[in-house]
Design a binder for this molecule. Structure first.
Ligand code: SAM
Length: 218
């Protein structure tokens, strides 16, 4: 793919419209909306497809994977309640778009991707755009124990169950957002650590993600 990093009035206008659309769909957190309004999503697309970049759809990024739908990114970001300086673990870097949104929200981001091609692309593209995260290549279904604990954990692929090993990597009061279900659809779950071995779980709306593949996954 040939990437081009130009942000013209056309793309800026499309981004504003996308933000209005997401507000209309119920996204209320102004900081999340501002982040979506700032990150040039078309930078993750080949120029041929720039006209698709600000539609509220997931889009193929190669290797059978997708850049998540903007609504899904906004929805998961809102649930995380990211505060400036939060240490956030992201499982499934993919294109790196969600990573940029978390960075715009002021998080220190640890992000892991299992596909080498995607990993190699994000470690080049994100710093070039001015976004700096800690990038890892490997199976994130076990979290990243050596850098735990985290204030927040977000999984951007569909899991068959909640990996217990990741719950242990959450700080007290920390928030874990993960889609859980079968291959066809998953319920978004928010899990808050309220004690050493106590977790409050809330089940929310239905989504369709690509599968989380690994040791503690499919
Ligand atoms: N949030 C990403 C974005 O904005 O582009 C989209 C992520 S895509 C829907 C899900 C990603 O999770 C894919 O890139 C996939 O390769 C990755 N993935 C699946 N299982 C994984 C695992 N066990 N560890 C790390 N990444 C994984």
């Amino acid at each position: 793919m040939a990437y081009k990093f130009i942000d013209n009035y056309r793309e800026k206008g499309a981004r504003k419209k996308l933000v209005e659309h997401l507000k209309g769909r119920g996204i209320e957190d102004q900081r999340v909306l501002d982040a979506i309004g700032k990150v040039p999503r078309h930078f993750f697309f080949d120029e041929t497809f720039w006209n698709q970049a600000y539609r509220d759809i997931a889009f193929p990024i190669g290797d059978g994977q997708t850049i998540s739908q903007p609504y899904t990114v906004a929805y998961q970001s809102e649930l995380l309640h990211v505060k400036k300086g939060d240490k956030v673990l992201e499982i499934g870097t993919g294109s790196g778009y969600q990573t940029c949104i978390l960075l715009e929200l002021g998080a220190e981001v640890y992000t892991i991707e299992r596909q080498e091609n995607l990993y190699n692309r994000t470690i080049q593209v994100l710093p070039y755009m001015g976004y700096h995260a800690h990038f890892f290549l490997g199976d994130g279904s076990k979290g990243i124990e050596e850098h735990a604990p985290y204030d927040k954990i977000i999984v951007t692929a569909g899991a068959p169950y909640v990996p217990e090993i990741m719950l242990k990597q959450l700080k007290m009061g920390g928030i874990f957002v993960i889609p859980v279900g079968d291959e066809k659809s998953q319920k978004m779950m928010t899990i808050i650590r309220v004690g050493e071995n106590e977790f409050d779980r809330i089940e929310l709306d239905t989504f369709r993600f690509v599968p989380l593949v690994g040791d503690q996954a499919w």
